[in-house]
Design a protein around this ligand. Structure first.
Ligand code: BGC
Length: 411
């Protein structure tokens, strides 16, 4: 308790001169007094997401003699039910700890109210910086406003939060993710040389509460639009606009059910389905399952995805899914660590940091806004297309192992 109070006081003192908030100063700099005097390390793995997680309560403190080099970091992840966030949480936690920080890691079970609560607890616990992957980019105002009041910098991680308390954004180039999916479809079906041939397409997009989902959808649909307009791609169900094809919480079963409905309503008569654009792997998994069980045709359907989830990589090996857009989330956490260090050290935050990350990314001050006109300086990493032909690239990252059966498992 004493330590918590001390931590809170230090936090208030150390951030008194911090300039946080997107656009407030183009992202520059903070003068974080070194909180190394807050010498007790705290290790709280509050993996309170679901039954599979160790049921530990928040706030379990494990004092140690290790001085904290940089202070205490709150890491708020959305859920453990979608594969990637387990990896993100683990990488962030490991890397910040290895750099000498204390960490508090929470998963909020895709419940925004719970995420607000988790972040409030972190603030009460005296965190010096927050890293938040939002469940709902518009539902964190209470917690974000409290972070701003406490002058605690916030890094929006992977998903932008629509609140000006956010200092910086680290993600992949989300529009490019969708563009890569669209370009893959164009190349795979050789649409430029299709002549009079018509290919039937369906679309499944992501969670409307996730700010990324619209970028993925737009990147793909903008790329496909000339072919849709020309009639080379035909959306047989007519279901094209984002809200109609969106998938709440990126849920696999929700994607499965909608795909089954589309197949039974529009393809049961033997109409051939050629391609299903899916924004990510959790939705692609549901769509692939529906096609396997409910599609009357025997042609192989092109299915896109994103993430490189294990089940989807297996589907790619088996020819059930055609591609995924891979985002190396270990690299995303390395960039986040580099940025957090710079913020807390009061260094200038701009593209000059990138060489120190050692990871290809762009510093973008134009593409993302936390509110109308309030640009959020962003570090955007580069996504890659993975198909059955370049699975070895994933093995080469050191993050996956290929078994004798040819399937990949995450290390
Ligand atoms: C992430 C994707 C992920 C999706 C569902 C998005 O915000 O950028 O990588 O597939 O959330 O977890």
């Amino acid at each position: 308790m004493k330590r918590k109070l001390l931590g809170a006081l230090l936090s208030v003192a150390m951030v008194a001169s911090l300039l946080v908030g997107c656009g407030s100063d183009g992202g520059a700099a903070t003068t974080a007094a070194d909180s190394a005097s807050d010498a007790q390390a705290e290790t709280t793995a509050d993996t309170n997401d679901d039954a599979a997680a160790p049921a530990e309560d928040a706030g379990t403190e494990a004092p140690s003699d290790t001085a904290s080099a940089g202070g205490k970091i709150g890491i708020s992840m959305p859920t453990q039910s979608l594969e990637r966030w387990n990896r993100d949480g683990a990488y962030l936690d490991e890397q910040f700890k290895a750099a000498g920080f204390e960490t508090i890691l929470t998963f909020s079970d895709n419940d925004s109210g719970r995420q607000v609560n988790d972040i409030q607890n972190m603030l009460a616990d005296g965190v010096d910086l927050l890293i938040v992957a939002a469940i709902d980019g518009e539902a964190l105002n209470t917690a974000m406003n409290e972070a701003a009041d406490a002058n605690v910098p916030v890094i929006a991680y992977d998903r932008l939060i629509l609140n000006d308390a956010v200092s910086y954004y680290v993600s992949f180039d989300n529009y490019t993710v969708g563009k890569l999916q669209g370009e893959f479809i164009v190349n795979q079906l050789d649409l430029a040389n299709a002549g009079d041939k018509v290919y039937n397409l369906e679309i499944t997009a992501g969670d409307p509460a996730d700010n990324n989902a619209g970028y993925f959808y737009n990147g793909a649909v903008d790329t496909l639009k000339p072919y849709i307009d020309a009639g080379t791609l035909n959306i047989v169900s007519g279901q094209q606009d984002f809200d109609t094809v969106a998938t709440a919480q990126w849920n696999t079963d929700t994607a499965l059910e909608r795909a089954q409905n589309v197949l039974s309503s529009y393809y049961a008569d033997g109409t051939q389905l050629d391609v299903w654009l899916c924004s990510n792997d959790s939705t692609a998994l549901g769509v692939a399952q529906a096609i396997t069980s409910d599609y009357a045709g025997s042609n192989s359907v092109v299915i896109t995805g994103q993430d490189g989830d294990e089940a989807n990589l297996k589907n790619i090996v088996d020819g059930v899914q055609t591609m995924t857009v891979y985002k190396n989330v270990s690299n995303e956490s390395v960039v986040t660590l580099g940025l957090a260090k710079a913020i807390l050290a009061g260094d200038t935050v701009d593209e000059s940091l990138i060489p120190s990350f050692g990871i290809e990314c762009a510093f973008d001050t134009e593409s993302y806004e936390t509110s109308a006109g309030n640009k959020c300086p962003s570090f955007l990493l580069v996504p890659n297309v993975i198909t059955k032909d370049n699975l070895q690239d994933l093995v080469d990252t050191g993050l996956y192992t290929m078994g004798d059966d040819g399937y990949l498992s995450a290390n």
